[in-house]
Design a binder for this molecule. Structure first.
Ligand SMILES: [Zn+2]
Length: 259
C-alpha cells in the first residue's frame, strides 16, 4: 500500500499518448559519473530532451553543471558512491560503507546532498555490496523520505539488491535500471543497447537506461533521441517514468486481487 501512496506523492500524470491515441512507450535516460570532467559534463547537460544527470559528490564541476542541468530542464541526481564487493579504491569522496554507524552514514549522505543543488533523487555508484544489506538501505530510504520526497533509482550492480523492497517498505518512490548503454564502449554496441531500451519500453510500457559521459555514448544519444518520437516512444524525466511504473504495478496488483 505504501508503494501506492508513493505513486500518489509523485504527483505527475503518467498518461501520454501518441498521435494515433495509443499510449506512448516511455523511456528515461540517466547519465551518471558526471562532475569530474567539465567538457564531457557540458556535453551531457546539453543533450536533447529531459536526460537526467547524476553527479558524483564533491567533484570539481558538479555544482556548476547541476545548475546548468536544472536550467536546461534536466533532473539532477546524486550519484551516491556505495561500497562494492571489489575495487573500492574507485569509490571516490562521499562514499558510504558497511562499517559506518547510522550517524556516520547519515552525515555523509547529508553532506553530499547539501553540496549539490536541485537534487530530485539518488542512484548508486558501484554498491554491489552495500545495496544487498537491508539495514543500511533502510537508513538510506528513511533519509530520502526525510529530505522531502527524493526518489531512488537502483543501478542494479548486483542481482542481490534489496533497494526496491526497502524503498517500498519506507514508502520512497523507486525504480531500477533496465539497460546499461555502454558496458562496451563502442558506438555499434551502444546503438544496439539503445535499441534494446526502446524494445523493452514498448514491451513493458516504460524502461530506464543508464550510461556514462563517454564521447561514444553522447554521440549515439545526440543522434537517436530526436528520432524517438517517430518511433512512438517518449523520452521523459525519471519522475514521470516512476509514476507510470507505479501506475502499472498498481493495476497489476488490482488485477491479481480481483481474480
Ligand atoms: Zn557510477
Amino acid at each position: 500500500m505504501r508503494a501506492i501512496l508513493a505513486a500518489v506523492l509523485l504527483g505527475v500524470a503518467a498518461g501520454t499518448a501518441t498521435a494515433d491515441g495509443a499510449p506512448a512507450a516511455l523511456v528515461a535516460v540517466v547519465i551518471d559519473d558526471v562532475g569530474d570532467r567539465l567538457e564531457a559534463g557540458e556535453r551531457t547537460v546539453d543533450l536533447p530532451g529531459p536526460v537526467a544527470c547524476a553527479f558524483l559528490p564533491h567533484t570539481p564541476h558538479a555544482e556548476r553543471l547541476a545548475v546548468r542541468a536544472h536550467e536546461q530542464g534536466k533532473e539532477v541526481l546524486l550519484h551516491q558512491p556505495m561500497q562494492a564487493v571489489t575495487h573500492n579504491e574507485l569509490l571516490g569522496p562521499g562514499a558510504v560503507t558497511l562499517e559506518m554507524t547510522e550517524p556516520q552514514f547519515l552525515r555523509t549522505l547529508r553532506e553530499n546532498l547539501l553540496a549539490l543543488p536541485y537534487v530530485s533523487g539518488i542512484n548508486n555508484h558501484m554498491g554491489s555490496l552495500l545495496t544487498r544489506h537491508p539495514g543500511h538501505m533502510t537508513w538510506l530510504m528513511e533519509e530520502l523520505q526525510r529530505q522531502g520526497g527524493l526518489y531512488y533509482i537502483d543501478s542494479r550492480t548486483t542481482h542481490h539488491t534489496v533497494a526496491q523492497r526497502m524503498a517500498d517498505e519506507v514508502g520512497v518512490p523507486a525504480g531500477r535500471r533496465h539497460v546499461f548503454l555502454d558496458n562496451r564502449r563502442d558506438t555499434g554496441a551502444i546503438r544496439a543497447q539503445f535499441r534494446t531500451l526502446v524494445r523493452t519500453a514498448k514491451r513493458q510500457g516504460y524502461a530506464l537506461a543508464i550510461g556514462h559521459p563517454y564521447p561514444e555514448t553522447l554521440a549515439v544519444l545526440e543522434a537517436e533521441i530526436p528520432k524517438l518520437a517517430e518511433a512512438g516512444v517518449r523520452l521523459v524525466p525519471v519522475r514521470t517514468l516512476l509514476s507510470a511504473s507505479y501506475k502499472r504495478r498498481t493495476e497489476q496488483w488490482q488485477a491479481s486481487w480481483s481474480r
